[in-house]
Design a protein around this ligand. Structure first.
Ligand code: FES
Ligand SMILES: [Fe+2]
Length: 378
């Protein structure tokens, strides 16, 4: 599995991470456990006890520490064992679980899988429209049995509305609309406009458009690595400038669970100044989209993945259309970033250090030395 490690990924929505119950989740192929400590801070640890590798997520939270369900060692926010209920209670210095940098923002808990020294919160792209303090937000989640880049393709190319979602999101005006894409640094954008369109009822109702009224619908997608997208959809009476219409902003965050499965987190947000109407609209959007997402996008993505199997995407020589430009740019950015990260890691690997490459190390080790290294008192 090759993932970009030095990047922020959504681990969970903030409301999923609790002070009274651990949450198990696999992220980038790693089983992790999430919980909140006594100060409500979100903690992300490997879901593997340092003693006999029991899943910590099956344990309980006691005094802000995570207690292993097998023999009761407790681990604190640094991953260090902070309580040993056995014998004299001494804590072995090696009793430590890997912990991941985590921050809470935009109603989500984000984690950093790579070098902790590089976990800079300022690298997280901004999603100002989903901020529990200033906006009404409502979120949805789906687990997709497909590679995360197929989900990114799907969101970067909304021409599929016309064919995959004809009853909820699409119309015959989509495919004949204009589409442009470009990039700025590692950020990719795609802008699509459908002119003189009669909206499907679900979209028209959300924007307060009378049935049958002709409108222009624009859809701006921004993608940033590793799979963080915002989608702005606006509707104006046909021929009017963008400023004359309403805008529905949404966030779409893709986190690989494995190289074949993806956590898809999405959220809509509207300013709290909109009052109850704003709260209703974000619920309307998320609840209404669950059906096409779950019953149309998800089966399509999973069918694509089945057809792709173990093949490399490029090895199958996909036909390319102009509508693919944004998705291809995003794929190229990810390929470059992963290659750069791998090269940097390889450059740091000591020459001849076989253990660093995961090769078998042979030889004999005395029982005493094992005991010393694992039971050394802190
Ligand atoms: S396996 Fe966790 S305390 Fe023994
Ligand atoms: Fe879709």
């Amino acid at each position: 599995m090759s993932f970009l490690l030095n990047a922020w990924y959504v681990a969970a929505f903030a409301h999923e991470v609790r002070v009274d119950a651990p949450l198990a989740r696999t992220l980038l192929g790693r089983p992790v456990v999430l919980y909140r400590d006594a100060s409500q801070r979100a903690i992300v640890l490997d879901d593997r006890c340092a003693h006999r590798f029991a899943p910590l997520s099956k344990g309980r939270i006691v005094d802000g520490a995570l207690e292993c369900p097998y023999h009761g060692l407790r681990f604190g926010e640094s991953g260090q064992c902070v309580h040993n209920p056995h014998g004299d209670g001494r804590v072995p210095s090696g009793a430590k679980v890997r912990t991941y940098p985590a921050i809470e923002r935009h109603g989500a808990v984000w984690f950093w899988a790579g070098d902790p020294q590089r976990a800079d919160a300022s690298l997280l792209p901004s999603f100002p429209f989903v901020d529990p303090a200033t906006t009404y937000m409502h979120d949805g989640y789906l687990l997709t049995r497909a590679h995360y880049q197929l989900s990114a393709d799907n969101l970067l190319d909304l021409s599929h509305f016309q064919f995959l979602h004809p009853d909820t999101l699409g119309s015959e005006a989509i495919a004949r609309g204009e589409v442009q894409s470009g990039s700025l640094g590692d950020t990719v954008w795609v802008r699509r406009v459908a002119h003189d369109e009669v909206l499907p009822p679900f979209v028209a109702d959300g924007f307060g458009i009378p049935p049958g009224m002709r409108v222009d619908r624009w859809m701006d997608v921004r993608w940033t690595p590793p799979g963080l997208l915002s989608i702005m959809v606006g509707v104006t009476p046909a021929g009017m400038p963008r400023e004359a219409g309403l805008i529905a902003p949404s966030a779409h965050w893709l986190t690989p669970e494995t190289d074949r499965t993806t956590h898809y987190f999405f959220a809509f947000g509207l300013p709290r100044e909109m009052g109850e109407r704003g709260r209703e609209l974000v619920r309307y959007a998320v609840d209404g989209l669950m059906k096409p997402f779950e019953q149309e996008d998800l089966p399509m993505l999973e069918a694509q993945q089945r057809n792709l199997g173990d093949s490399d995407f490029w090895a199958l020589q996909p036909a390319l259309l102009p509508l693919d430009a944004g998705a291809i740019r995003a794929r190229r950015v990810m390929e470059r970033l992963i290659a750069e990260e791998r090269a940097a890691n390889a450059a740091q690997e000591p020459v001849g250090d076989s253990s660093a490459r995961g090769e078998a190390v042979t030889g004999t080790v005395s029982v005493d030395s094992l005991r010393r290294s694992s039971c050394e008192a802190a």
